[in-house]
Ligand binder design. Structure first.
Ligand SMILES: C[S@@+](CC[C@H](N)C(=O)[O-])C[C@H]1O[C@@H](n2cnc3c(N)ncnc32)[C@H](O)[C@@H]1O
Length: 217
């Protein structure tokens, strides 16, 4: 692991403490907010999915993206999945139109297979990767490979055939694909990774993967 803090990022206790810390007050939005994502959403997501599409935001945290996709995007069936009770307590009262599910997104036994049309990840996958493509692909620590692949397999399971797995990440495509396109999944690219921010270190990109199957959008 790169350092002691990043080694804890796959634990709910770490996030609870962080969300309750007076040194790190809300609101917190990782990477881009709704305003920066809106062009991408309007061009590549909204035209494909109707207002009643079932959408999950894994690791929704204190992001306002789910609220904005509800209030400005018009989506009526949004579930925020989180393993930090502290952030759920902070965020749930802000929009009664969102559902919150306390769950570890690496293993969601309470969620039936084929439940969602879209999984929209902004910076949750990155929590498994301890912030970083700091390693050569062949040197990625086992815990990162194992966490991120369990997560990818679980998102594959809970998506409907034809469902989309969107990942907003600052990691390079070769790193994301190496971890997410794993055994037990058969992801297809909906589009090539799209740059959402200026070129350079920490450039944010949208990855859009599809679970093969009958449902066309
Ligand atoms: C980097 S923050 C991103 C928060 C938010 N999506 C955003 O973009 O602002 C990662 C979030 O994922 C949550 N998280 C990390 N691992 C998780 C897991 N295994 N199951 C559920 N939530 C998890 C953390 O509690 C945290 O809120």
């Amino acid at each position: 692991m790169a350092n002691s803090e990043s080694a804890k990022m796959n634990k709910a206790e770490y996030w609870d403490e962080r969300y309750q810390s007076a040194d790190d007050p809300p609101p917190r939005e990782w990477h881009l907010g709704y305003d920066q994502l809106e062009d991408y959403l309007k061009a590549h997501v909204y035209p494909h999915w109707p207002a009643d599409a079932s959408i999950m935001h894994p690791g929704a945290g204190s992001s306002h993206l789910p609220m904005e996709m509800h209030n400005r995007g018009g989506y009526t069936n949004i579930t925020c999945a989180e393993f930090s009770p502290a952030v759920i307590a902070q965020m749930q009262p802000l929009d009664p139109g969102l559902k919150w599910l306390q769950s570890d997104v690496r293993d969601m036994p309470g969620v039936a297979s084929g439940s969602y049309d879209v999984v929209f990840d902004k910076a949750c996958f990155e929590a498994f990767c301890a912030w970083g493509p700091k390693h050569l692909l062949k040197e990625i620590p086992d815990v990162i490979v194992s966490d991120s692949r369990r997560y990818s397999q679980e998102m594959y399971r809970v998506l409907k055939p034809g469902g989309w797995f969107i990942i907003i990440s600052v990691f390079e495509a070769r790193y994301v694909h190496h971890l997410v396109k794993c055994e037990g999944t058969n992801w297809e690219d909906v589009h090539a990774p799209k740059a959402l921010s200026a070129d350079g270190w920490m450039q944010t990109r949208a990855f859009c993967l599809r679970k093969p199957g009958a449902q066309e959008t």
